[in-house]
Design a protein around this ligand. Structure first.
Ligand SMILES: [Zn+2]
Length: 290
């Protein structure tokens, strides 16, 4: 689940200021457009930080204010979107690549899967919010499964105009996924529940975050293979004559150092809270296939 991560080391306003100035000073880079939008864009980035990117509190800039003709509005939208994917501006690409690859994360802050996030997610999608295409606070390292079109994609608000996702730069939602492992333990079934929280709004975001990122299905597949691994460990453990409980506690502590939300931590917490399963791991009949 959502794990709060630190914002990158480059302050977003300094970065924006550099990008704007380089364009305003270049006669071939739409200097007039950038001159006209500069102050509002800076204010928008400041506001983004204050409201923590919450789409319920952010309205788009009116691009008509920065161009002379209606038909330029869409073009300038695209101009800002393209700032993100520019290849010719070495300054922008080096900052974005740093954000993309130098985060040292070993799990996805959106979902908790233990993969190295290889992409940047626009928390507010750049197609809908071109103003924030290079807002560093809006660029969150994410796994490709969370960022994909059938997961987070372009989604922002639900039909009630409430936001759908938590923002990993600003929020930390710990231990909200509860796994139950049900017998028979050689081939168990699993249930995954959200911990009840009193704050209705928070609970609704939590529910939509988990559903839209397909976390239920993804996690349950993970739990299945993790369980087979645990049975193999149990077999090995019996050969060395030690008790599983202590080992699982150590595995859990190792995983929780990354985050309490990484999937293996959720799995091991579930195992440790299940005395029947622990008994099985120590003395039960293990399946032949392991
Ligand atoms: Zn993810």
């Amino acid at each position: 689940m959502v794990t709060k991560i630190n914002l990158g080391k480059d302050p977003t306003l300094d970065f924006l200021g550099n990008v704007l100035d380089s364009r305003i000073n270049n006669p071939y880079s739409l200097p007039e457009f950038y001159r006209r939008i500069k102050d509002d864009l800076i204010l928008a980035y400041e506001k983004y930080h204050v409201v923590q990117g919450n789409p319920e509190k952010i309205t788009n800039l009116n691009f008509r204010n920065y161009v002379d003709h209606d038909d330029e509005v869409k073009l300038r939208h695209d101009t800002l979107i393209n700032l993100y994917s520019t290849k010719s501006d070495k300054f922008i690409t080096s900052i974005l690549n740093g954000l993309r690859h130098d985060h040292q994360l070993i799990f996805c802050p959106y979902c908790g899967e233990e993969v190295i996030p290889s992409t940047l997610d626009h928390y507010l999608p750049k197609e809908k919010y071109p103003e924030y295409s290079i807002c560093l606070d809006n660029l969150v390292p994410a796994c490709t499964k969370c960022q994909g079109k059938d997961a987070k994609g372009e989604k922002v608000l639900n039909l009630n105009n409430s936001r759908i996702f938590f923002h990993p730069y600003y929020e930390n939602i710990e231990e909200f996924l509860i796994l139950k492992i049900l017998p028979p333990y050689d081939s168990p079934s699993f249930t995954l529940d959200l911990k009840y929280i009193k704050d209705k709004d928070l609970y609704e975001i939590l529910a939509s975050h988990v559903v839209e990122l397909n976390i239920y299905d993804r996690f349950l597949r993970f739990a299945k293979s993790q369980h087979i691994n645990l049975l193999k460990l149990s077999k090995k453990n019996r050969e060395s004559g030690s008790v599983m409980n202590d080992k699982i506690q150590i595995y859990l502590e190792e995983k929780e150092i990354k985050s309490k939300n990484v999937w293996s931590a959720i799995y091991y917490r579930s195992v440790l809270s299940n005395s029947e399963l622990l008994d099985y791991l120590n003395t039960g009949a293990l399946p032949d296939f392991i």
